[in-house]
Structure formats: C-alpha cells, structure tokens
Write a protein that binds this ligand. Structure first.
Ligand SMILES: Nc1ncnc2c1ncn2[C@@H]1O[C@H](COP(=O)(O)OP(=O)(O)OP(=O)(O)O)[C@@H](O)[C@H]1O
Ligand SMILES: [Mg+2]
Length: 358
C-alpha cells in the first residue's frame, strides 16, 4: 500500500458547469482517513460530478479536488492510492470475473494472485470463472469493488455502492467498509438515501443543488436535532408564566391546544409545573428524525426550503449541531451556501459566515 500521506480528501471551491447547468457550485469539504464518510444529496445534486472531478475524469470549471494534497493526475500510480467504483462500470461481457481482474491487475502492475485475493474479499470466489456479462447487478457491484481493491488503495471512493445489493449484501458492504476504514483508510460513499448509509457512515457531507449544506460528524448532526416537548396542562397561561419565570422562554401554542416547549427536558417541565401547582395531563417528547433533517437540508434542490415548525428558523433553524472545536462542520443557518473554509478551518470561526450565493 502506498501510504504517502494522510489519505485525506480535500475539495476546495470546486465548481463544474455543463453549459447552462451548474452541476457543482463552489463546493468545499474534507474527508479524513479512518472513517467512512457519506456523500449525500438528492438526485442531480452533483455527487457523481464531484467524484468524477476527484478521480480526474471531469475537469473542474474552477477549484480543486485533491487526495493526499495532490490532484489525480499528480498521483503517480493512482490505483495504489485511490480505488473507485462509479456508476455504470462496464465489464467485457465474455470475460470471466477472474480474467477481468487479471487484465486490470496487469494494467496497474500488481501480481496476478491479487486478482484471486480481491475476488475472495468481495465474496465472489465461487463465481471466478463465470462470465461477468452474466452477473446480476449485485454481483457486478461486487466485481467493480474487487477491481477498485486491486491496488490495495489507501482511499476508496464509491458512487452509490448499495445500488442493486440485496439486504445481505448491504450488511456485508457495511461491515467491509467499516473494517476498511478501521485500518486507517479513507472511505467516501455517495448515496441519495440517508437511511441506506446511516448505519455505515460516521462522517457526512450533505450537498444539494451543487452546494455544501453540512459537513461534519453524523453524531453532531443527530445531537443538533431540535426536540420539543408537547405539554397538555390544566392551565396553559399558568404553565407558560411558570416556565418563563424559570427562564424557559421558547414556548409556542400548538393547534391542538397544547404548549410546545423547546430547550427543556420533560423532567424540568414536570418539576416547574408541579411547584406552580399546574396539573399536567400529558407530555410527549417530539424529536425530528435524521431523515427529516436531511430533507430539510436538501429540499432546496427543487424548491425553497420550508421551516419545519411553521415559522422561520431562529438561531439557525434546528439550532445546528453543537460545534466541537476539533470538528469540521458546516451548518448553514439559512440553508444557504457558506463561504468555503479557507484552509479547511471550522466554518463557524470565519467572519464571512454563510453568504448567500446564487
Ligand atoms: N456530462 C454532463 N453533461 C451535462 N450535464 C450533466 C453532465 N453530467 C452531469 N450533468 C448534470 O449535472 C447535475 C448533477 O449531476 P450528477 O450526476 O453529478 O448528480 P448526482 O448527485 O450524482 O445525482 P444522482 O443521485 O441521480 O446520481 C445534473 O443536473 C446533471 O444533469
Ligand atoms: Mg450520481
């Protein structure tokens, strides 16, 4: 393995225009080794275009995408640094899986036996002598992955790898990628479905309409989900007064006559109500799930973003995940594109913040 650097992927101010179509607009994010990073966005968001630029298959209109600080054409023998599976990988239909791999092994200068090894890694040993043209979609995905692994690369870039895999295949892929990352390698997987990769990834880059909406840890994104408690009091006026006296001021009436309380736990609300002599007939914790948050962040792709709770987001909509000093993360308060982080610094520390860009 050619560990000639950190295995870090850096995308800086990357843009690609196809005629009038702005496929990728000023995209910036980094992907660190040792983790599986999800590259998420709806159909047409610019995922494949970005990955193709990273892999030297499409020339950026502006900006740069690097692996180990180098663009793809500066990598020397790229197959030993980055392995990739993109959409619609083609195979010679009559060639056996093993022969297909041997041809590629020869092309990148790795020994023949590596072809058998990678077939084993993807669970295709028993199909080694079958024609790739007869393979099912899921088997073709596995063969494409085997091809990507030939050079024992430090970085794996997979475009929608779960497409065509059966449930068992998805679990297998998840375990495989997580183990690969645990070896200190970099794994970037794209998907248009958060739920499909949620259990596989620990970092996430979310894009929409060619722009970065968030990047950072999935955990931080989860923690940032705004939750509310819906309270059914005997006397709403008294409850609101008591809560406000205790510094809990994010209160809203709901349509069904309850009080929606943000920024307080069920226990805090119960204690305050009890001290104030207000009876509570019910409390329900409402937590928006990650999938909803994903829609929230990406629906600008086809329409203007809608606030979740019927009013403009305050203090950054969902509040945004808490910023850890070591975390690189971006959370656009107004769902607008941020200024790219110079030198990949924490975006929250930039004076410029999130400037709206067209
Ligand atoms: N070669 C091309 N010529 C013209 N337009 C292109 C080309 N490649 C991509 N596009 C356009 O760029 C935009 C982004 O496409 P891209 O394939 O990168 O999206 P994606 O996020 O991978 O979507 P999906 O989830 O459907 O795979 C789309 O509007 C697409 O039509
Ligand atoms: Mg795509």
């Amino acid at each position: 393995m050619q560990h000639d650097g950190s295995g870090r992927i850096a995308v800086q101010n990357l843009s690609k225009h196809f005629g009038p179509v702005a496929a990728v607009q000023n995209l910036s994010f980094t992907v660190e080794p040792g983790s599986v990073t999800g590259f998420l966005g709806p159909n047409g968001a610019g995922k494949t275009t970005t990955l193709r630029m990273l892999l030297g298959l499409v020339t950026p209109s502006s900006g740069v995408a690097t692996i180990n600080g180098r663009t793809h054409d500066q990598l020397g023998n790229p197959a030993t640094v980055v392995g990739s599976v993109l959409e619609n990988e083609g195979f010679h239909p009559k060639r056996s899986a093993l022969n297909h791999l041997r041809v590629y092994a020869a092309a990148i200068g790795v020994p023949d036996r590596r072809a058998e090894e990678v077939l084993g890694l993807v669970g295709l040993s028993s199909a080694a002598h079958r024609r790739a043209g007869d393979f099912s979609l899921g088997m073709r995905q596995r063969l494409a992955l085997a091809t990507a692994l030939l050079g024992n690369p430090q970085v794996l870039v997979l475009d929608e790898p779960a497409n065509g895999l059966d449930p068992e295949g998805i679990v297998w892929l998840r375990n495989f990628l997580r183990a690969y990352a645990r070896e200190g390698r970099t794994v970037l997987v794209s998907s248009h479905l958060l739920s499909e990769v949620e259990q596989t990834i620990d970092q996430v880059v979310i894009i929409s309409a060619g722009m970065t909406r968030y990047f950072g840890s999935l955990e931080q994104l989860r923690q940032g989900q705004r939750s509310r408690v819906l309270v059914q009091p005997s006397d709403a006026g008294e409850l609101v007064k008591a809560l406000q006296e205790n510094g809990i001021t994010q209160l809203e009436p709901t349509q069904d006559g309850r009080v929606a309380v943000s920024g307080a736990t069920v226990q805090q609300i119960g204690d305050i109500a009890s001290k104030a002599g207000v009876a509570l007939y019910g409390m329900q914790e409402e937590r928006a799930d990650l999938e909803q948050l994903f829609f929230q962040l990406t629906q600008g792709q086809y329409s203007a973003p809608q606030p979740q709770y019927g009013q403009p987001p305050q203090q950054g909509g969902w509040g945004g995940p808490p910023s850890g000093p070591q975390q690189q993360q971006q959370y656009p308060p107004n769902y607008q594109q941020q200024q790219p982080p110079p030198g990949h610094q924490q975006p929250g520390q930039q004076g410029g913040g999130w400037g709206g860009q067209g």
